[in-house]
Each structure stands twice: as C-alpha cells, then as structure tokens.
Design a protein around this ligand. Structure first.
Ligand SMILES: O=P(O)(O)OC[C@H]1O[C@H](OP(=O)(O)OP(=O)(O)O)[C@H](O)[C@@H]1O
Ligand SMILES: O=C(O)c1cc(=O)[nH]c(=O)[nH]1
Length: 192
C-alpha cells in the first residue's frame, strides 16, 4: 500500500522514523523504527489524524474505546473524546494483557481498539481476546502505523493512518546482528 506524500512528509517533519538496529516488542529485529510518540506529542496533529480515521468509521456504533498501554492510551483517549464515549486501557501484568484499575467492559459493548504501531499484530490480538473474554464485541481496529502494509488480519474492519510494509527479522537471521551492530529496545517492555 502506498502512503500519500502528505503522510510521509508528516512522519519526516516529526522525526518519527528512526534508522538503526532495534529489538521490537515481539522480539523481532529491525533497521527501521516508527516512534509514534513523536506524532502523539502534538495534540493538534493527533486530533486531526484520529478525526480522519474516525470519519471512515462513521457507520459504526461505538460504545467504548480501548488501547494497550503505552502507545494505545493516547489514541484511545483521543478517539473516545471525539466519539463522546469512554476510553480504557489494557496493560501487561506478568506478560499477560489484562484490564486493571477497575476498568470494566459492559456486556455486549461495541468496542473500538486503538493502537499506535502494529508489527506482528500480537498485541492487538491480545486486546481483542481480552475484550471478548470480558463480554464486549470488537467492531473495529484503528492504527496509527501498520508495519505490515495492510496485510495483518484482525477479522474486523481495520483502519490505518500510516501503512507501509517495513521489514523485520527473526533474531537469528538479523543482518545487523551478523555485522555486530549493537541493538536498542526503544519500547516500554525493555523497562519491565
Ligand atoms: O504488533 P506487535 O508485534 O505486538 O508489536 C506492536 C506493539 O509494540 C509496541 O508496544 P511496546 O510493548 O513497545 O510498548 P510501548 O507502547 O509502551 O512502547 C506497540 O505500541 C505495540 O503495542
Ligand atoms: O514492534 C514494535 O515493538 C514497534 C515497532 C515500531 O516501529 N515502533 C514501535 O513503537 N514499536
């Protein structure tokens, strides 16, 4: 999928695309990292991008928005603010995505899942399972950046702001490791 020049210019302007050697949440390695926080730090840009995404979901009747911590929290909150519904977030406890802080999902609630970046889709799938386990129904997924270029399939309508296939490698096959280049873990999992 091709991104518009305008979207590419925004990523560049915000210095959100980093080049180096990164270890991702899934354990995969990559040369390119999308630092969504560089976009989300601008409330005006965030409001506009989420507004454009929600326009495509106008046909959906959404009761609640959820995002996984950390990246999904701001996105879920902004989407919920525009939709005038509640926003909650899930977080990992001993590696498992759970609802804490007294958050509840009403039985049958129509839920939108918001996420900053998707690489393997594992984190979003964990949130979807959590919502279903709690009695909600995921009606759509909204992504700021889809590194699969639209290939990931959550079995519900999925909307993306930035979408481009970006390579990542199993650690054993990483060409950067083979060249002895030191890797960093920019995500919050490195802090736990
Ligand atoms: O599609 P996946 O392979 O699951 O990878 C994407 C996940 O990785 C990042 O989170 P991270 O754990 O780095 O936490 P953060 O949002 O707090 O940085 C990102 O925010 C997604 O949740
Ligand atoms: O897969 C990830 O962990 C990941 C990739 C990326 O480009 N950006 C990010 O914040 N997380």
């Amino acid at each position: 999928m091709k991104m518009s020049q305008e979207k590419l210019a925004l990523l560049k302007e915000k210095k959100a695309v980093l080049e180096g050697h990164f270890i991702l949440t899934s354990g995969r390695h990559a040369r390119t990292y999308i630092q969504c926080a560089r976009i989300l730090q601008d409330p005006k840009a965030t409001t506009q991008l989420i507004g454009e995404l929600l326009k495509q979901m106008e046909y959906l009747d959404i009761d609640l928005v959820i995002g996984p911590a950390t990246g999904g929290i701001i996105l879920a909150y902004e989407a919920a603010r525009q939709l005038e519904v509640d926003a909650i977030f899930s977080e990992r406890e001993k590696g498992e995505m759970v609802l804490r802080r007294g958050f509840e999902i009403p039985q049958g609630a129509r839920v939108l899942v918001m996420e900053d970046v998707v690489t393997t889709g594992g984190s979003v799938m964990e949130v979807i399972r959590q919502v279903e386990k709690s009695g909600g129904q995921v009606v759509a997924v909204g992504l700021l950046a889809d590194r699969t270029g639209g290939k990931v399939d959550f079995k519900v309508p999925t909307y993306r702001v930035f979408s481009k296939e970006i390579k990542s490698y199993e650690p054993e096959k990483c060409p950067l490791c083979q060249r002895g280049i030191a890797a960093i873990r920019p995500g919050s999992r490195a802090l736990k």
